[in-house]
Design a protein around this ligand. Structure first.
Ligand SMILES: Cc1cc2nc3c(=O)[nH]c(=O)nc-3n(C[C@H](O)[C@H](O)[C@H](O)COP(=O)(O)O)c2cc1C
Length: 173
């Protein structure tokens, strides 16, 4: 199967909305949209191209043992996935106005965990045009995934998604 798997969480918010927008750009016929909640490592087995969607909802969710976040329960299982010949791109929802010091941090947290497993990650985005102070998603002026702010500038999301997906298409997504 050559489909792209879009795995996302949480289920009923901006992350979910954007999963559909990305699928529209890549083509509904060639993408599957799957909530990450309750997935196990075998969920990825049919996909070589994966897109992970996540939101930043405060660091306490990640530092504590809380398992109330859709992604939380999956993090411990990432090491059980066979990542050979898989490529991953990440998008993340955040809020530049209310959380300018932690803008889309979760992109960075997910990136770090995948990088530690030598996962091939694509889809970095220049930080031009975003207004924030700090972000753990940033390496050398680039976000390690696509940041989107549906809370404050949803009007910019379509063009950001279009640009990002055309970049991904060159990688075979
Ligand atoms: C409790 C809470 C904490 C948040 N913390 C952050 C944050 O640290 N950084 C950030 O960029 N956005 C933060 N946000 C904004 C969300 O990431 C943003 O609203 C996002 O669109 C939520 O998407 P979702 O509804 O699909 O989860 C926070 C929102 C809430 C409600």
């Amino acid at each position: 199967m050559n489909k792209t798997g879009i795995f996302y969480g949480p289920e009923k918010g901006s992350v979910a909305k954007v999963a559909n927008m990305i699928a529209d750009e890549l083509g509904k016929d060639t993408t599957d949209i799957i909530p990450i909640k309750n997935c196990n490592p075998t969920a990825f087995k049919d996909y070589h191209k994966l897109i992970f969607g996540i939101s930043t909802l405060g660091r306490t969710n990640w530092d504590s043992e809380h398992k109330d976040d859709d992604w939380d329960q999956f993090f411990t299982q990432l090491k059980n996935v066979n990542w050979d010949s898989k490529q991953v791109a990440i998008y993340g929802l955040g809020d530049q106005i209310n959380y300018p010091d932690h803008f889309v941090d979760a992109i960075g947290w997910l990136y770090e965990r995948l990088k530690a497993l030598n996962v091939d990650i694509v889809g970095a985005v220049d930080d031009q045009g975003y207004h924030y102070n700090e972000s753990e998603a940033l390496i050398k002026g680039q976000f390690m995934g696509l940041p989107l702010d549906e809370d404050n500038e949803s009007e910019k999301s379509p063009s950001r998604i279009e640009q990002w997906t055309s970049q991904l298409k060159k990688d075979g997504f």
